[in-house]
Ligand binder design. Structure first.
Ligand SMILES: CSC[C@@H](O)[C@@H](O)C(=O)COP(=O)(O)O
Length: 343
């Protein structure tokens, strides 16, 4: 059975306050299964093996991972080892380093006896901040969508999105989805084209699950359909999330985003990037300097669906997980501070 997901916090502390509880995204939309993480090792596995994913959620999970390590042993050695372990769990989303660095700033100066408590409190604060940032992105994006809809008030506003930058990928609301949820709640008729997002199908499995739960009309399309729809006037705007925006405004996001930006540019469709400040990386000059995760080819060779996995080719496969959209193709960045045409 396919389930519908109502937005809620994707990560919370466990009941005893000493662990973290996350949704196992590998089971969605077939099963809603929460799992408890109890150690830095658990958090590292959950991030690396994509039980949870999405830039802000990776950061939040790592923050609790560091706190869980300190709850077991608050020595400098454990702190440094947990930081190194978690930082290496995935390479591309800068939110991971951002969250771990905020945690280090908080706990490093403290005596060992105070570290675990302070670390959990800082991880909670990182999560609360994420929710507030996404709500603000939603409000600024809502104004934008209202204006776009006013150009064609007689028909639904068609938005195309890629991957999952929704509440599952963040602590709540999502980045790219926050304006969509707010627009829908405000009575603006929104329809979303959901890129399936091969190879892991975050669009078909996760974004569609979220939009169903919120009652937002949507249609899943193959990743290659976007250009055709844009050329035929069926897309009013593209809104995507991001894993890292560099100093010059280049946008790293799920593989395939660049092709959507090219098609949008060629068809005068506005291309918006929902960008919370922890995803901005001023220390990395351009998109060429971002480490792009190369995942295992098995993710391309096998497709997971209800009831299991099937093999779709006998050949070997390459699996670059992210690409870079040059800043020149971005119409604007929807941030918590407003809609900006440059970062
Ligand atoms: C608000 S999430 C933004 C991005 O992290 C998202 O679009 C994305 O590319 C996620 O990739 P994933 O490999 O699923 O972690």
């Amino acid at each position: 059975m396919i389930l519908e997901g109502h937005h809620q916090r994707s990560i919370t502390r466990t009941q005893d306050g000493r662990g973290a509880r996350i949704l196992d995204q590998r089971e969605l939309p077939w099963k809603v299964k929460w799992v408890e993480l109890r150690s830095a090792h658990d958090a590292e596995v959950a991030i690396r093996e994509m039980w949870t994913r999405g830039a802000p959620m990776i950061g939040a999970t790592a923050a609790y991972g560091l706190a869980m390590a300190l709850a077991m042993d608050a020595s400098d050695e454990t702190l440094d080892a947990a930081y190194t372990l978690l930082l290496a769990s995935r390479p591309t989303a800068v939110n991971l380093r951002w969250a771990l660095d905020r945690m280090m700033e908080t706990v490093r100066p403290l005596p060992a006896s105070e570290r675990a408590e302070a670390a959990f409190a800082r991880a909670d604060a990182i999560c609360d901040e994420d929710v507030a940032l996404n709500k603000a992105i939603g409000e600024h994006g809502l104004a934008l969508l209202r204006d776009l809809h006013a150009k064609h008030p007689d028909r639904p506003l068609n938005i195309l999105t890629h991957c999952n930058a929704g509440w599952l990928a963040t602590v709540d609301y999502g980045t790219a989805t926050a304006p969509i949820y707010l627009a829908h709640d405000a009575g603006i008729p929104v329809h979303v084209w959901v890129d399936e997002t091969r190879p892991r199908n975050q669009g078909a499995l996760l974004t569609a699950f979220e939009l169903s739960g919120h009652g937002v009309p949507h249609t899943v399309i193959v990743d290659n359909a976007g250009g055709h729809l844009m050329m035929n006037g069926q897309v009013d705007a593209v809104i995507v999330g991001t894993d890292r925006v560099t100093a010059n405004g280049d946008v790293c996001n799920k593989i395939g985003t660049y092709l959507k930006a090219l098609a949008a540019f060629d068809n005068d469709v506005p291309f918006y990037v929902a960008l919370p400040s922890p995803t901005f990386d001023p220390d990395t000059p351009t998109g060429r300097d971002i480490p792009i995760e190369e995942r295992h080819g098995d993710e391309v060779i096998h497709v997971a669906g209800e009831g299991g996995t099937i093999r779709v080719t006998g050949s070997s496969a390459a699996n670059p997980a992210f690409d870079v959209t040059p800043a020149r193709l971005v119409t604007a960045y929807i941030t918590e501070r407003g809609v900006l045409d440059r970062v």
